[in-house]
Structures are given as structure tokens and as C-alpha cells.
Design a protein around this ligand. Structure first.
Ligand code: GLN
Ligand code: ZN
Length: 732
């Protein structure tokens, strides 16, 4: 039995990846220095593999993102030098960022022109093969053609573009083979989506043509099961990698169909998405079950991680503040490699180490069982009209109320003060005063600009999930548990370890202070239960919905407490509700039933309190019925892009609440634009009626510069006034 691992984080033990690239951006180091620093990080990464596993791919490294690199390999963009590279990644010509499947990693979305002729223009795998020639027997890394195209923006028939792309892949494979490369690590996570029959045929046809004889291709899938797995059996592959953690159904498919004797089965049994430590004996048993189902013997089995290890921090070694009990329940990426090693060595006598590793763990969660949908606790639609009347009496808002999504720009001084506070150089009292000062100024600013509903600015929050996790009971946070979310940007997912409870207030202090000095309503801003769950790790054995209901109770407690403290509007942000949905269509209704129920538990408030929610994305078509089941009074969404096309999905949806379509795309580099604002407003008024439309930016303003925020908000207020006089008669 051999071991194999892939996707080990590129961040470096001390985030050297981030530091050196950002230093290069700020011209603190030269290209040459950057290349040599990153080379060192890459060598260290390879050392981790070498120490624990038999084999691993070469060339997984990227300066920013591997989907983007694939676009460069096939000439969608040109790789001329570092400057042009980073310009596409984050400069003036930056590509759009999108979540990679159901993970929290964002990739750069390539845009492919109609009838684009793909051409092999940058042989990145060959380059890395030459650089790391001492690993000439290792496979070289590539993203597969189906996945690459599925992740790209495409305006033509998929099959046609796919055929053309595969011709270029064939050229690449030929060239690699002619340069003495004999094996490829080919990642096709998109095989785990709902692949149509037509696409399965086209995959089979192209794969047969694309792979030259004598080249060993290991096809790696992850994040779910492959419904059409038996169709891969006839393809010229030497191994197939399956995810047995997120894709338990892979086991059923093997039981039904067996597995071909001429291929290796690369078994992803060590969890790469969540750090709950593996029980090695259980993993060994599970491997036996897989072997039996597949009808294979030890020689055909390879032990591996369930998906790229990039979703875990580099190592537990850097955590000095965690207590031993918690530490013994966690494995990060390096520890996962050790586990893979233990599993393969179990029968060769590493039984003692195996038994002491994670032996205190409870049995692992069985494949999710109850599939009966939950009652969503949705209020009858007619209730919302009544709530609106009650709230309007209290709030007395004008037509087209103008507001923001919550956060306000955070500058260097703020970040430094927060850092000093965390380090203990500033007392809590001084820190609180500093934050109060910020809130005070911000409330003044908002009044001056003329907003109708204010916020406190979220100055005390670094990250909308970690901030809540630090105060809620049941969470632990790490010192160095960084994972990349995009480019060089990293975040530290908090870890759920026990039953969640709100024992102390989370946001009362700041929100209440803001309201006490503001003559207008201040909106309390909370992160919703699904988003907290989606962006955290989890060491518990309970089903996700159980944990989500607990989180919902905690957030509801906070919301009620806000309401008791004079806060009349409460916004519950749920940017993750859609991305957290299962990849397979057939599993989504069950998920949404508990996700919506969780939101409704959190937002359960007296009709006097106006509930807002912010869903931070712009694609709704499939889930509008679920959104209608969420109990909120006002919805804010992204709308400023692509001519507010998103609003069309509401047209026949019986949506009867108020809506704040984002009129300023805060992810773009430009301030708000007069004609876009009017355009979004006009469309919204047609669909929802003038009485139901709010005006606000697309998302939080945390990452913007103060000057553009001020100009943009002032413009919104100005246009709101014009529209108010235009639609005066609606007031009555
Ligand atoms: N309230 C948050 C903010 O304004 C929302 C962030 C988000 O949608 N991701 O920053
Ligand atoms: Zn948002």
C-alpha cells in the first residue's frame, strides 16, 4: 500500500509566501529576490511531503492562483512577466474573483471569448519539472480541461469549446511526454458536480483522444462523489482519486460497479477540509471496506487526502496557546501527512503510534442520515405587510431610505491600535475609548452625508466571523492557523469545539453607544448562523444542522438584547448561505430547509423590530423560493453589475418585501456612478414598487478608501432626494 498527498498549503510556516509577494508589490524586493524567496518556500513545502509520503505532484506552486495559471498555459492571457501577471491578478485589469466550488478559496475567473483558439503558450508544468528535476519520477500537476472550462466564463456552447480546448491539452501532453515526463496529476473536481449525460460522452471522447499512450495520468476528483464513475473505467488513466469524506457515495458506487484491476484507486480518506484528528484504526478499517467494495488488493490501493490540503493551516507546531486536550483533537496539513503515513504503516508495525494518535476521539460521524426536510418556521407572507405598518410608525422613514451595509473603511492606525490591544500594549479601557472615538466621528459623518439609517461602522471587527467566535462560548481561535482565501490574503478560521452559547453580549456595547449619540435609527449588524458555521472548522460529532441551530439561538439572543437596548433595526448578514449549499442538486433542498430554519430562529423578533438581511452575491435564480421563506423585512443584495440583471429573477417570484439593491459595486475600482444608480433604481421600482426600494452600496465598505466612500454616499443621498420628489404621491 502506497501513500500519496497533494495540495499542501503554499503559504509557508510563517506566511513567507504572503510576505515576500507583498514586499515585491511594494517594491521592497526585486524580482530575483522574490523568485529566490519563493523557491525556498516551495522547497520547504516539498520537504514536508518527502518526509511522510511516497509520492506527490510537482508544480502545484503558483504566484496567485492555479486556475488563472491554466488560462495562461493555454493562451487565454499572456504571461510576459511578473508585472503583467499581477496586473491581471489584482491590478487595473484584475479578473473577477469567485469561490472555488463550495470552499472559501477564491479563484480568478478566466473569460473566454467566443470561438477562442486555445494555444499552448506557457508550458508551466515542463518549467517546474526542469526546476525540480531531482523529482523526475513524480507526476506533474495540472488542472483538467473540464474543470478549467466549467470555472471559466463562457458565452458559447460548452461542448464546442471543450473539444477545442482538449486539442490543446493533447499538444501539451505530447510535449510533456517528449520531454521525458511520464506521469501527470490531473485534477478534475468538476466531475463531482451534476454532469449531464451529454457532457459525460464528450468527456469520454476527448479523454481517449487527449492522452497519449505511455503517459500515466492520475485523475484526481474531490469535494463530492463522481456519479458517472464507471464511465471513467474505460479511459486511458492509470489511477483515479476519489474523495471518501465529502463523497461517501463513492463507496456505494464501488460496491455496485467494482473497480478496474489495471488502475490504482487513490483513496482520499484523510479529511483535508476540516482539522478533526483521524482515528487511525478506524481509517485502516475503512480502507478494508473500500478494498472489499472495489475488489482490489493492497497493491492497487493508494492512501491519500480527501481534497487539496490547502484548506488547512500548515502545521499545529506553531500553536502555543492551545491546551493539550484541544491540540490532541486537531490535525493541520503537516499532521495530515503524518496520518497518511501512519495508515500505510499500520500493518508494518506502527500500531503503537497509531493507537495513541487521536485515540481519545469519539467515533467519526456516520454518513449524514436523516433526510427529511426541516420545517423552515417561515411566517405567512401576509404578516410582512402588517409588520411594515407597525415599523413605519416607529421609524418614520422617507421614501428610498439611504443606508450602508455596515462596515466603514479601516485605516492603518485602526489596524495598528487593534494589534497593540491584542498584544497587550494598550488597555481594554484605552482601546474601547479609541473605538468610541471612531464611532463618534462616523456617526457625525453619516449625518452630514444625510443617510437615513446609520450603522456604527464595525471598527472593532477584523473579520465578521472571527469577531463573533472570539466571544461566543464553544469556539477556540488559533494564533497561526492561517489559510489562503485568495491571492496572498489569508484568514484564520475559528474552530467549533463544544456546544455553542452566548454567555456575554457580542455587539451591544458599540451599537448601543452609536444609537445613544445618533438622532436617527442605528442598525445593529450581526453575522448570521450559516455564515459563522460555513467559515469555521468543526471538531464536534453532531450534524451540521444541530450546530447551526445552536448558533441561531445565540444570534437570536444577541438580537433580542439589541432590541431591548433601543435598537429598532437589526441586520443579519448571510453571505455564505448560497456557497455553503451542497454541490449536488439533489441534496440542496434538505440543506436549505435547515439553513432557512436557522436564519428564522436567529431573526425571530417582535414585529416592532425591522429585520434586514444582506446576501452578498448576485446569483439567485435557483433559490428565490428559499429566500421567500426567510423571515426578514428588508433584503440587500448586489445589483450594480451587469445592468442589474439579477433583479429579473424576482420578477415572477411573489416577493413582497422591501429591497435594497446595491447601486454601487464596491468591488470595482470606481466610485458610484449616477447613471448606474438611476438604472438600478428604475428597474427596482418597476419590479418592487417605489415604496419598497432602499438605496445602499453592494456590500460593506471596509476595504475602500474614505474619499470615494464619501463621494459615493453623497451621490446616493442626492439621487434619493430627486426620486423622493418624483414619487411624492407614493408617500400616502
Ligand atoms: N456587514 C458586513 C460589512 O459591512 C457584511 C460583509 C459581507 O457581506 N461579506 O462588512
Ligand atoms: Zn456583502
Amino acid at each position: 500500500m502506497k501513500s500519496y498527498a497533494y495540495g499542501f498549503p503554499r503559504l509557508g510556516k510563517r506566511r513567507e509566501f504572503k510576505k515576500s509577494i507583498e514586499d515585491f508589490w511594494e517594491s521592497k524586493i526585486t524580482k530575483e529576490q522574490l523568485a529566490s524567496l519563493l523557491n525556498a518556500v516551495e522547497e520547504e513545502r516539498i520537504c514536508f511531503y518527502k518526509e511522510y509520503v511516497d509520492n506527490f505532484p510537482i508544480g502545484e506552486f503558483t504566484y496567485y492562483d492555479n486556475v488563472f495559471d491554466t488560462a495562461l498555459i493555454f493562451g487565454v492571457y499572456n504571461f510576459t512577466n511578473f508585472e503583467t501577471y499581477f496586473d491581471c491578478a489584482r491590478g487595473k485589469n484584475a479578473l473577477e474573483l469567485r469561490k472555488y466550488f463550495d470552499t472559501n478559496y477564491h479563484y480568478l475567473v478566466p473569460s473566454i471569448k467566443n470561438n477562442f483558439e486555445f494555444k499552448l503558450s506557457w508550458n508551466k508544468p515542463l518549467l517546474y519539472f526542469k526546476t525540480f528535476f531531482s523529482f523526475k519520477d513524480n507526476p506533474v500537476f495540472l488542472i483538467g480541461p473540464y474543470t478549467f472550462l466549467k470555472l471559466s466564463k463562457l458565452n458559447e456552447d460548452f461542448d464546442k469549446a471543450f473539444d477545442r480546448l482538449c486539442i490543446s491539452y493533447k499538444k501539451l501532453f505530447d510535449e510533456l511526454k517528449n520531454n521525458n515526463i511520464h506521469s501527470i496529476h490531473l485534477e478534475e473536481p468538476a466531475f463531482c458536480l451534476d454532469v449531464t449525460k451529454k457532457e459525460v460522452k464528450s468527456i469520454a471522447r476527448n479523454y481517449k483522444k487527449m492522452i497519449p499512450a505511455g503517459l500515466n495520468v492520475n485523475l484526481i476528483t474531490y469535494y463530492e462523489s463522481v456519479d458517472f464513475l464507471p464511465h471513467l473505467y474505460e479511459l486511458p488513466l492509470s489511477g483515479i482519486g476519489l474523495d471518501f469524506i465529502a463523497g461517501r457515495e463513492n463507496l456505494d458506487i464501488l460496491e455496485k460497479n467494482g473497480f478496474p484491476k489495471d488502475k490504482k484507486l487513490i483513496c482520499g480518506i484523510v479529511d483535508a477540509r476540516n482539522p478533526l484528528r483521524s482515528n487511525i484504526e478506524e481509517k485502516v478499517k475503512f480502507l478494508e471496506t473500500i478494498k472489499r467494495a472495489a475488489g482490489l488488493n493492497d497493491e492497487s490501493i493508494v492512501v491519500s487526502n480527501s481534497s487539496p490540503l490547502i484548506h488547512l493551516p500548515v502545521t499545529l507546531d506553531n500553536e502555543n496557546n492551545l491546551n493539550d486536550n484541544i491540540k490532541s483533537k486537531i490535525s493541520f496539513a503537516k499532521e495530515r501527512l503524518y496520518e497518511i503515513n501512519l495508515i500505510t504503516q499500520f500493518r508494518e508495525g506502527k500500531t503503537k503510534e497509531a493507537r495513541s494518535w487521536g485515540s481519545k476521539m469519539p467515533a467519526e460521524l456516520k454518513a449524514a442520515s436523516p433526510k427529511k426536510e426541516f420545517n423552515t418556521l417561515s411566517l405567512p407572507q401576509k404578516v410582512f405587510a402588517n409588520r411594515k405598518k407597525i415599523q413605519q410608525k416607529i421609524l418614520n422613514l422617507p421614501l428610498f431610505p439611504v443606508t450602508t451595509i455596515g462596515s466603514f473603511p479601516q485605516d492603518k492606525n485602526l489596524r495598528k491600535t487593534r494589534f497593540d490591544f491584542v498584544k497587550g500594549n494598550i488597555s481594554l479601557h484605552d482601546y474601547d475609548n479609541f473605538i468610541r472615538g471612531r464611532i463618534f466621528n462616523f456617526i457625525e459623518k453619516q449625518e452630514e452625508i444625510g443617510l437615513d439609517v446609520l450603522t456604527h461602522g464595525e471598527f472593532e471587527r477584523t473579520d465578521m466571523v472571527e469577531f463573533f467566535a472570539k466571544t461566543l462560548r464553544g469556539f477556540i481561535t488559533t494564533q497561526n492557523g492561517w489559510v489562503i482565501s485568495y491571492g496572498t490574503r489569508a484568514y484564520r478560521p475559528p474552530i467549533i469545539s463544544e456546544r455553542i452559547k452566548r454567555e456575554n453580549p457580542l455587539t451591544i456595547k458599540e451599537t448601543f453607544y452609536a444609537q445613544s449619540i445618533a438622532p436617527k435609527p442605528v442598525k445593529g449588524i450581526l453575522t448570521g448562523p450559516i455564515t459563522i458555521l460555513a467559515w469555521s472548522y468543526n471538531l464536534r460529532n453532531d450534524p451540521l444542522y444541530t450546530i447551526c441551530f445552536e448558533l441561531a439561538q445565540a444570534i437570536n439572543c444577541e438580537a433580542k438584547n439589541l432590541a431591548e437596548n433601543e435598537i429598532k433595526i437589526i441586520q443579519i448578514d448571510e453571505p455564505a448561505i448560497k456557497e455553503f449549499a451542497p454541490l449536488k442538486n439533489r441534496k440542496r433542498d434538505f440543506y436549505y430547509s435547515w439553513a432557512v430554519r436557522s436564519f428564522n430562529i436567529a431573526s425571530h423578533l417582535a414585529p416592532e423590530v425591522q429585520v434586514h438581511t444582506h446576501l452578498c452575491y448576485s446569483e439567485f435564480s435557483g433559490i428565490i423560493n428559499w429566500i421567500n421563506k426567510m423571515n426578514f423585512d428588508v433584503l440587500t443584495i448586489e445589483a450594480a453589475r451587469e445592468g442589474a440583471k439579477i433583479l429579473d429573477s424576482f420578477k415572477n417570484s411573489k416577493f413582497n418585501r422591501a429591497i435594497g439593491p446595491g447601486v454601487w459595486d464596491i468591488h470595482s475600482k470606481y466610485p458610484a456612478d449616477d447613471s448606474i444608480i438611476r438604472d438600478v433604481l428604475n428597474r427596482s421600482i418597476k419590479i418592487f414598487g417605489a415604496k419598497n426600494v432602499w438605496i445602499n452600496p453592494d456590500c460593506g465598505l471596509k476595504t475602500r478608501k474614505y474619499e470615494e466612500v464619501e463621494i459615493s454616499l453623497k451621490l446616493m443621498v442626492k439621487i434619493a432626494k430627486i426620486y423622493r420628489s418624483k414619487f411624492k404621491k407614493c408617500m400616502v
